[in-house]
Ligand binder design. Sequence first.
Ligand code: AMP
Length: 442
Amino acid sequence: MTMTFKDLGLAQPLLQATEALGFTTPTPVQAQIIPHALEGGDWMVSSQTGSGKTAAFLLPLLHQLLAKNPNNKPVPGRAEPQVLVLCPTRELAQQVANDAINLVKFCKGIRIATIMGGMPYGKQIAQIRGASLVVATPGRLLDLHDSRAIRLNKVQYLVADEADRMLDLGFQEDIEAIHALCSERQQTLMFSATFAPRIMQLAESLMKAPQRIELASAQDKHENIAQTLHWADGVSHKHALLNHWLSDPTMEQAVVFASTQVDSEMIADQLRAAGHSATALHGAMPQAVRNRRLMSLRKGQTKILVATDVAARGLDIPTITHVINFGLPMKAEDYVHRIGRTGRAGRSGVAITLAEHRERVKVRAIEHYTKQPLQAEIIPGLEPKEKPKKPMHRPGDKRGGKSFGQHREAKKSGGFGKPKGPRFMQSGKSGQSSGQKRSFSN
Ligand code: AMP
């Protein structure tokens, strides 16, 4: 099942806006960031332009603004924004502001303003009065603050976009000054192409216990994750293999992936009946329930999460030692997202895939996509009765994935269903937009 913006629990006027913009499906970056940002806390994200990251931070912040003040009445005459987005360049500030204006089209009373060098002061001062969200370059923002044209003490949410570029352009002191002027805020999000040490230092100084979201690329080797395949004769054999792995003494916490929402509930029920501490997580659950279950996993109260792809995207819990693919992913790219739930923060992890012989085309598609073979292994006493009919292909073999249409489409459009218009590569280091080339000048 494809994820929608509605699954992310966003407010109606924002859903209307995404629809009007023709955004049918959240990009992988959005699917990952939006739930985290809504959860609260400070987040440090490594991401690329062209991945849909602007809407990924604007949507959850606008959602929170709407939730706090549904009729969001602007205060005439006051220049006291609640959301502040810092950008390194005028061009980026303008783009972000334009995206924000498009996203608030159906929100009552939320006004957007831009503050940047090179624009007449008078016009900017008039514009920022009554604006809830201000997009700014750091230097001009501080100028306006010093001349008392804007107050920053009501800022609740601060975003530092393209933080690495802001450091390159010498904005470190300005950013730190702005940080001090809105120290009462409740959330800070920081975006950067890398997690280089200087970026991490800035993150530490701006944020409280920042958590990281690292958007991985398809062909990452995942050397710290031991990937294994077990051929299964059917569902009950899969259950026996699942039980074997969940009883592994090295298992701290596990995510078991199911193909459907119904399956996730059923597997969780069966695991609980077998004495495991397990809970289901899927997109049909109200956001509050999802948050509670995730919190319980994060606190270690739940050991096993049985999830669908949509629900588990972006899950970042370092104590997850095992990922088990009980149902195979619909798209080969989801395999990479799934296994990335373990082996986090420099730890090692185990990723087990349980496949029936009739699913071997999907297994090949995964191997083709990751360009790595999946090593089939046997557990004594749990051997499959049937042997695989054809030898597995070599990774990179063109035949892999031929009849796995979803996979081919995922490769074409980055897997979020917008074949025309801007193309998205996999989120991650190589994830540059091929349709969106921006030139930055200051
Ligand atoms: P960004 O990475 O934020 O610069 O976004 C790159 C481009 O993708 C912009 O033109 C956005 O309007 C567009 N975009 C963002 N999210 C989506 C989506 N979910 N579906 C289609 N296009 C999108």
